[in-house]
Ligand binder design. Structure first.
Ligand SMILES: [Zn+2]
Ligand SMILES: [Zn+2]
Length: 451
């Protein structure tokens, strides 16, 4: 198993020569992803290489307009492009909602050839959904190393106050100028780090999925992410100083994580139970009309919460399980529906519909338990590969990242429910599912009681 990571003379980040025996089809990313210092000046040249037409709509908000939007717009105009600027002016943080999407739609001209998004998560997603709908290419100018979604093809949006996901496409050109990304506020840098640290959990869960359910685990995608994570953890002080080197490493980690989605066609390498918890917090705070915590900050905190559960399980003795007792306590379909409605409120129905396999019969539950018993050594190994939690805590502490649910405005009731229902958000296999299937949830999650 191996791959090459390199840059060409134009600062284009390339993953190539993928050799992996996992059996999946591995696509080398077809997007042009540029990372480097001062490369914003090459935006027009990068776009010309793709041969788009001469008319674009450039979308920024009032903040990113000042950071990079105005400059890019002027440069494209100087290069002969006709640029229609669409600045989403907000007094508060921009919400990627129907108003924002509508503004971008109405800014489209009859002869628009491509869209340019200047911003991080919210703007990229707002433009992504429109670009996909109208079938035009998107050029993404990143402004903060705050999340791994630049390379994503899904658009998390809000519609009438509710979180929704709409299909989009990965931008064909992504330009991350480290001179610009270095000016991002520290909380956005911490968010980016938090989002990447969660990948250790995603990796362990993916490997556990291989043991229990014969899922195909891609070694190369796993390695791409882990290599990037290790480089990042070895350079926390550079990141804290927002040096060229530190911000480049963080940006690379975010982009390379996202590139695994293109290589393998799914998000297994980048999101698991820690993301479920983060999504849950966001969703429930929005239902309650409270401000939702930022994505990466949530993932960082949820990673710290689930880490000890993993490490504890590595010392478990599954041979002591009494299957009859586990069977007696197995949750019925009826009870599970009730639980889902209690935990997820208005979101319960669609989640259950999309994840029908999560209603287990005893036969399947028993199969999983017996598999875990027979191959516990492999499960332990998946967990032992995770570094000690002190390494993660130390990195977050040095950066000044939020480390507790309280710091994100998550109260005890919401925290407790989230730890219990994170396993129920989607079918994707997790250690949290295994713990529950083995009848060990109350033991492992005793400090998160449900009223
Ligand atoms: Zn994420
Ligand atoms: Zn593979």
């Amino acid at each position: 198993m191996s791959y090459d990571r390199s840059y060409d003379k134009d600062n284009r980040l390339i993953v190539s020569n993928i050799k992996c025996a996992c059996g999946s089809v591995h696509n080398e990313p077809a997007q042009d992803i540029y990372v480097g210092s001062g490369i914003i000046d090459n935006a027009a040249a990068y776009i010309q290489k793709r041969g788009y037409g001469g008319n674009c709509v450039l979308v920024a908000d009032n903040i990113t307009w000042d950071i990079a939007g105005a400059k890019v717009s002027a440069a494209l105009k100087a290069a002969g492009y006709r640029v229609h600027d669409c600045v989403l002016r907000r007094r508060e943080r921009l919400e990627p909602n129907e108003t924002a999407v509508g503004e971008v739609f109405l800014a489209l001209q009859a002869d628009t050839d491509f869209l340019v998004s200047v911003g991080s998560g919210s703007i990229t997603d707002t433009v992504r959904v429109v670009a996909a709908k109208v079938g035009l290419p998107q050029v993404c100018i990143g402004t903060a190393p705050s999340m791994d979604g630049y390379t994503s093809s899904i658009c998390p949006l809000t519609y009438r106050g509710v979180k929704i996901h709409r299909p989009g496409k990965c931008p064909e050109i992504i330009i991350c100028d480290t001179d610009i990304l270095r000016t991002a506020p520290m909380d956005m840098v911490c968010a980016g780090v938090g989002d990447v640290l969660g990948k250790y959990i995603a990796k362990a869960d993916w490997k556990i999925g291989r043991v229990i359910n014969d899922e195909v685990y891609c070694d190369v995608c796993g390695e791409i992410v882990t290599d990037a994570l290790e480089r990042l953890l070895n350079n926390i002080d550079e990141i804290k100083a927002r040096s060229e080197k530190g911000i480049k490493l963080l940006t690379e980690a975010l982009l390379l994580s996202g590139m695994t989605i293109m290589i393998i066609g799914h998000t297994r390498a980048v999101a698991s139970v820690e993301h479920n918890i983060a999504h849950y917090w966001e969703m429930m705070q929005m239902f309650a009309g409270r401000p939702a915590p930022g994505h990466g900050a949530s993932v960082g905190v949820s990673t710290l919460l689930v880490w000890p559960v993993f490490k504890r399980f590595a010392g478990e003795d599954l041979s002591k399980l009494e299957l009859d007792a586990v069977r007696e306590r197995a949750i019925s379909r009826e009870a599970r529906v009730k639980w889902m409605k209690k935990a997820y409120g208005p979101a319960a129905e669609p989640i259950m519909e999309e994840n029908e396999e999560d209603f287990l019969d005893w036969q399947e539950q028993c199969r999983r338990i017996e598999r875990a018993q027979a191959r516990f050594g492999e499960i332990k190994q998946c967990i032992d590969e995770m570094p000690p939690i002190s390494l993660i805590e130390d990195a977050m502490r040095r950066l000044g990242a939020p480390m507790t649910p309280e710091a994100l405005g998550i109260d005890t009731a919401l925290l407790n429910t989230s730890m219990r229902c994170a396993k129920d958000y989607r079918t994707r296999y997790t250690l949290f599912k295994l713990i529950s299937e083995c009848g060990l949830e109350d033991e492992y999650l005793a400090e998160y009681p449900i009223a």
